[in-house]
Design a protein around this ligand. Structure first.
Ligand SMILES: Cc1cc2nc3c(=O)[nH]c(=O)nc-3n(C[C@H](O)[C@H](O)[C@H](O)COP(=O)(O)OP(=O)(O)OC[C@H]3O[C@@H](n4cnc5c(N)ncnc54)[C@H](O)[C@@H]3O)c2cc1C
Length: 416
């Protein structure tokens, strides 16, 4: 591993730092210092500023509104934004830009790229992810949502679930069964479908911490254009895997930065509670510190790979495993340090019901309790830990494959 950024990437870093110091107030300490209302208003103002400066999707080609820069420069931007505690977009951009955008650049037709990519950047189209179904999560290829051609349109029937930010989206990328007669992975297509139509119903699901982050999506004769299939009919499995690698490995270098910031906040809690000299607490904090350092080095290894022209594939599962399992243990320690206050939490809530609180957040027991709850699903979403271990074993280490039941044709009765 040679984690040396190129001179070009370092020059870009200086440009980003200048941009941030021009755009942010002198006393800026991160999004965590804002109230929920101020946070929403900040993101609404901030996103168009990023778009105007070509910083929303820097790795996209310029002809689609990107900056035509490398994935390494994109990483540099994400690092500097994470250190400053500002978002790289809104809550749906992880789906719109990070997942769909990059996947369309790899798999989309020129017409699809020209139509959809600029509409993401100007905020016309806001995306969510329609993969999981009530009976198809880990075994995603068993999915049952059907799409059939009806003249110039696809007719979609079925149900998706756990659709994060679906209530803020107006489009969904949806995996559908388009050929039920072949091996299950071979009969899937990756369709782009508008949500704002009579055939689609988005129903909220409220999670354990009381947040509305995800939804169920019902399709009843929903329609989308015949051309809105990405990567070719019945080739959706390959397209969906490209997207999953972006989902699992995205911005690995910022993982260490954000978790490092959170760990510093937890150390402040231990100090405040007079527990910082307790050897058992110190040992657990030291364990957390070593994990954050490993996250940092995994991120730097990704940078080295990117410099050598290699974009992460199944190795991205290693990053996902590390941070998701670490975060559960860190938040358990947080709850122990807070003690009885965790039973009667008070103060500001965390920014999100899933994942880390914002950089710059002041202490609040309510925020730590929400972060504790939000760490639980991390070993489930984007593929559970067991599935990540299967991927690492089979596709990274080349170990023998798990016995599987998915080699025959797709069969709805067998599946249920
Ligand atoms: C917060 C959150 C947000 C999400 N957002 C989205 C979203 O936006 N869009 C979307 O499409 N989906 C989303 N999901 C769904 C997520 O991808 C699935 O929950 C996940 O893939 C697991 O599927 P499942 O819940 O059906 O569990 P199951 O697949 O039923 O798994 C149940 C248990 O069995 C284990 N298991 C299953 N198969 C194996 C195996 N072969 N070997 C060993 N163990 C196995 C699993 O690890 C798990 O412990 C989200 C989930 C969460 C929690």
């Amino acid at each position: 591993m040679d984690p040396t950024y190129t001179e070009q990437a370092e020059a870009f870093r200086r440009k980003i730092r200048d941009f941030l110091s021009e755009q942010l107030p002198a006393d800026w300490s991160g999004m965590g210092a804002l109230s929920p209302g101020e946070r929403t208003a900040f993101i609404a103002r901030w996103r168009p500023v990023l778009a105007e400066h070509g910083l929303l999707a820097v790795a996209w080609p310029e002809r689609y509104g990107g900056a035509g820069l490398s994935m390494l420069e994109r990483t540099v931007l994400a690092e500097e934004f994470a250190k400053a505690g500002v978002p790289t977009g809104n809550d749906n951009d992880i789906f719109s830009i990070g997942m769909l955008g990059h996947t369309l650049i790899e798999w989309g037709t020129e017409e699809q790229q020209q139509h959809f990519l600029p509409r993401i950047l100007d905020g016309t189209d806001v995306w969510c992810q329609g993969y999981s179904e009530p009976n198809s999560g880990s075994d995603l290829a068993s999915l049952a949502t059907r799409a059939e051609l009806d003249g110039d349109e696809w007719l979609i029937n079925g149900q998706k679930i756990w659709t994060s930010q679906g209530h803020n989206a107006n489009w969904i990328f949806v995996l559908c069964r388009t050929d039920p007669t072949v091996r299950k992975q071979a009969g899937i297509s990756f369709l782009l479908c508008p949500l704002d139509q009579p055939g689609v119903e988005v129903r909220p699901i409220v999670n354990a911490s009381g947040h509305h982050d995800f939804n169920e999506v019902f399709f009843t004769d929903a329609r989308t254009g015949r051309d809105n299939v990405v990567g070719g009919v019945n080739n959706g499995w390959a397209v969906s895997n490209t997207l999953l690698a972006y989902e699992r490995g995205d911005d690995a270098t910022i993982t260490g930065i954000r978790h490092g910031d959170e760990l510093r906040r937890l150390i402040a809690v231990a100090r405040d509670r007079g527990r910082i000299d307790d050897p058992l607490i110190r040992q657990r904090l030291a364990w957390c510190y070593t994990k954050v350092q490993i996250m940092r080095y995994q991120g730097l290894r990704m940078v080295t790979d990117a410099l050598n022209g290699y974009h992460q594939g199944p190795e991205s599962s290693l990053n996902k495993l590390l941070w998701s399992e670490y975060h559960q243990r860190l938040t358990e320690l947080a709850i122990e340090l807070i003690g009885a206050e965790a039973m009667t939490p008070s103060g500001r809530d965390a920014a999100s019901g899933v994942g880390l609180d914002d950089v710059g957040s002041p202490y609040s027991s309510a925020a730590w309790v929400t972060t504790f709850m939000g760490a639980r699903p991390a070993t489930i979403y984007s593929g559970s830990s067991e599935i990540q271990r299967n991927i690492v074993g089979e596709r990274v280490l080349g170990l023998p494959r798990e016995p599987r039941n998915d080699t025959g044709p797709w069969n709805e009765t067998v599946r249920s």
